[in-house]
Design a protein around this ligand. Structure first.
Ligand SMILES: [Zn+2]
Ligand SMILES: [Zn+2]
Length: 257
């Protein structure tokens, strides 16, 4: 059993294709996927997917790259997080790679998400890119370790991974780990403890080898797990078992059918 801890299959490219997406998951023994919200306008679509399919869970949040969207209030998030299929707050975080200028709005938005997570007791899905120091500082200042969560699609240093683990967070690997030239990420995938690791596709982005260049989908998280198994010299089953157990320990979904 494998779980895709981060995908965006509510996006338009999947319209009308959800049955095929779920079939491809089943073919690859991918039992569940977490559909991650990127703005409040799309939240009803994300929730509807999770409500209609036992394989899918969802989150609520406004992505740090959603520059035109108004930042949510703590209440906006907490209200929407009450639903039992909403298992996390996010994605949130800091992105100094894609955004520049005065990014105080991004930091404020990140703080709001951490406060909401603490209020509703659900874990955080954190996106961090070239903003490691500020991400950690804000996580500490806002008490993110109280809810824990996941550093998704992790591409930063081992030092940052360790600091996040110390704050009660998991480290999630995407299809990047399968890319030939991603040597630093391959090293990371060997060093992060298995009991702190999650796997994801970040669909529609980052399709893993051998599907590279296509529109990614949750079923293909299997390739991520296979590469991590190969790198660590362990079985695919061992990676599947550990990362699925981690998923359930972190997100504690109320019902699993
Ligand atoms: Zn992200
Ligand atoms: Zn994402």
């Amino acid at each position: 059993m494998l779980i895709d801890s981060h995908c965006h299959i509510d996006f338009e490219e999947y319209a009308g294709r959800i049955p095929q997406i779920l079939e491809e998951m089943a073919r690859n023994q991918v039992t569940h996927a977490l559909c991650v919200c990127v703005n409040l306008a799309d939240f009803p679509r994300v929730l509807a997917l999770a409500e209609s399919h036992f394989q899918l869970f969802a989150s609520v949040g406004v992505h740090p790259d959603q520059i035109e969207d108004a930042s949510p209030t703590v209440n906006d998030l907490v209200e929407r997080a009450r639903h039992p299929k909403i298992v996390a707050i996010g994605e949130t975080g800091l992105d100094y790679y894609r955004q520049n200028g005065d990014l105080e709005w991004q930091r404020a938005r990140f703080r709001t998400h951490i406060r909401a997570a603490r209020e509703c007791g659900k874990p955080l899905i954190i996106h961090t890119r070239e903003a490691g120091e500020d991400t950690l500082r804000i996580m500490r200042e806002e008490g993110a370790s109280q809810t824990g969560g996941v550093m998704h699609c992790f591409t930063e240093t081992l030092e940052l991974a360790r600091a996040a683990i110390d704050l009660n967070f998991y480290i999630s690997f995407s299809g990047i780990v399968t890319f030939k030239n991603a040597l630093a990420i391959k090293e990371l995938a060997k060093s992060v403890p298995l009991e702190r690791m999650l796997i994801e596709t970040d669909s529609p982005y980052l399709a893993p080898v051998p599907q590279r260049g296509k529109t990614n989908q949750p079923g293909w998280v299997r390739h991520v797990a296979e590469e991590i198994a190969r790198l660590r010299g362990i079985s695919l089953e061992a990676v599947a078992k550990a990362t699925s157990a981690n998923f359930f320990r972190l997100f504690k979904p109320d019902f699993i059918l």
